[in-house]
Design a protein around this ligand. Structure first.
Ligand SMILES: NC(=O)c1ccc[n+]([C@@H]2O[C@H](COP(=O)([O-])OP(=O)(O)OC[C@H]3O[C@@H](n4cnc5c(N)ncnc54)[C@H](O)[C@@H]3O)[C@@H](O)[C@H]2O)c1
Length: 453
């Protein structure tokens, strides 16, 4: 068995943590029990490019219990939990190629190692595995019966592939299941993004001005959880409908040009590039903290920030980089009536830790987890209880793909309604929640058009 992990010595810790997560994933566990009996994935080789976390481990165990050979690599260089990788290899016999902090070259070498197994099914998170397969090994795509995709960014890329006529096999957009994005993206990203920021910086969120860029499924969660922690939240959006929704949800909505001058903490979660860029860095206050929770590390223009810092960059805490940039453009110079505050006289931000007032016309900007997914780079990712539903969808969609792939077009497919409903029912059952059922009269009424006033 081949694998590439950091340290086999971490195996015991990894197993303990995988089991801890499993206790909070009852829906996935019930699917695993059935898979052990029925082996619906017999003969499949699944290449999984996912965040190697405790929750993912329980999904991979489930696929393996279903009879598949599973090979896995990371979907982000910073999200791998090395203890989990060790336990997957040594306790569960799953071939893992993932090392936390791996560089780009190794990241793609690990994807290649998974493709060397000649998968018959792909399971992707962000579409790097699928694009690699299509670009570098198009012939191999013919062996793949179907794939699944976990996240918004991956689904957007896949739809672009489909539109260009480039997609060579059907893919099920797991992200678009209601039991995935309404819960994982909102409650999972909402909580774990703040968790990452808190673990990295230990800042007090109460009273801070938090700027959330993107009011989609993830942004709603981040904004509402930030408000719950006592922060004043400013939302930045480009979509009129979502902006209006944010306004009616009670948030202040501003363009980034205005928010940049006021924010203490900035969180990007758009799936778009350069959401925070040089003109915004120039306007920010001393001590501003930047974090990204969107899939790729492109939402904060780190190249521009590095250039502006001109070598004045250092690590001030694990996972927190300080960039010192010229302060000449920031203070109160803008015609919007916004007054910027020199926070070097206030407590609570990281800038205070090395002694207060900024010197020589410089200000400090802090970036967490190199601008990569902050919830996975600086914390443990989503809580298991929410990944229970996302990964139940993954497992059931793999089973459905085996049964149905031959009839599916080479396009992006929605998760079948019955799977979404099954996951919701199982989750409610596991929570001990009962719900009402329709009477026969109600069913008839809801189907009819004749009965009016
Ligand atoms: N951190 C995690 O664990 C995690 C979990 C799920 C999804 N994601 C990722 O988070 C990102 C967002 O996912 P989502 O499900 O919320 O997507 P979404 O499409 O529901 O929302 C994205 C929002 O960002 C807005 N937007 C786009 N460009 C913008 C810009 N320049 N400025 C301001 N707003 C802009 C869009 O109008 C949209 O409303 C994706 O990259 C997704 O893959 C991360």
């Amino acid at each position: 068995m081949e694998y590439d992990i950091k340290d086999p010595g971490l195996v015991e810790l990894g197993k303990q943590r995988i089991e801890w997560a499993d206790a909070n994933m009852p829906v996935l566990a019930s699917i695993r029990e059935r898979f052990v009996e029925q082996h619906p994935l017999d003969g499949m080789v699944i290449a999984a490019c996912l965040h190697i976390t405790t929750e993912t481990a329980n999904l991979l165990r489930t696929l393996s219990a279903g009879g598949a050979r599973v090979v896995a690599c990371a979907s982000n260089p910073l999200s791998t939990q090395d203890d989990v990788a060790a336990s997957l290899v040594h306790d569960y016999g799953i071939e893992v190629f993932a090392v936390r902090g791996e560089g780009e070259e190794k990241y793609y070498a690990h994807i290649d190692a998974c493709l060397d197994a000649h998968p018959t099914m792909t399971m992707d998170d962000g579409c790097d595995l699928v694009t690699r397969l299509h670009r570098e090994r198009p012939d191999q795509a013919e062996n793949v019966i179907a794939g699944t995709e976990e996240t918004t960014t991956g689904v957007i890329r896949l739809r672009a592939m489909e539109a260009a006529g480039a997609l060579r096999y059907p893919i099920i957009a797991v992200n678009d299941a209601y039991t995935k994005h309404l819960f994982d993206n909102r409650y999972g990203t909402g909580q774990s993004t703040l968790d990452g920021i808190i673990r990295a910086t230990n800042v007090l969120l109460a009273g801070k001005k938090i700027v959330v860029a993107g009011y989609g499924n993830c942004g709603r969660g981040v904004a509402s959880r930030s408000r719950g922690m006592g922060a004043q939240v400013i939302v930045c959006e480009v979509d009129p409908l979502r902006s209006l929704e944010a306004v009616m949800d009670g948030f202040r909505v501003e363009p980034m040009e205005v928010a940049a001058r006021e924010g203490d903490i900035f969180i990007t979660v758009t799936g778009d590039r350069d959401v925070l860029r040089s003109e915004h860095f120039a306007l920010m206050q001393d001590g501003a903290i930047l974090a990204n929770s969107g899939h790729f590390d492109i939402e904060i223009d780190l190249k521009a920030l590095t250039k502006m810092a001109d070598g004045n960059k250092r690590q001030v805490r694990p996972g927190v980089d300080e960039f010192q940039i010229d302060d000449s453009q920031s203070s109160g110079s803008v015609g919007s009536g916004v007054v910027t505050v020199d926070r070097s006289t206030q407590g609570g931000n990281i800038a205070m830790e090395d002694g207060g007032a900024r010197k020589g016309g410089k200000k400090r900007i802090y970036v967490i987890a190199e601008g990569r997914l902050v919830n996975l780079g600086a914390a443990e990712g989503h809580p298991a209880a929410v990944m229970d539903m996302s990964f139940a969808n993954q497992a059931l969609c793999s089973e459905w793909a085996v049964q149905s792939a031959s009839g599916l077009a080479r396009s992006v497919h929605r998760v079948p309604e019955h799977i979404d409903e099954q996951v919701a029912k199982l989750k409610l059952e596991s929570l001990g929640v009962q719900i009402d059922t329709l009477t026969d009269e109600q069913i008839e009424y809801l189907r009819s058009w004749e009965i009016g006033t």
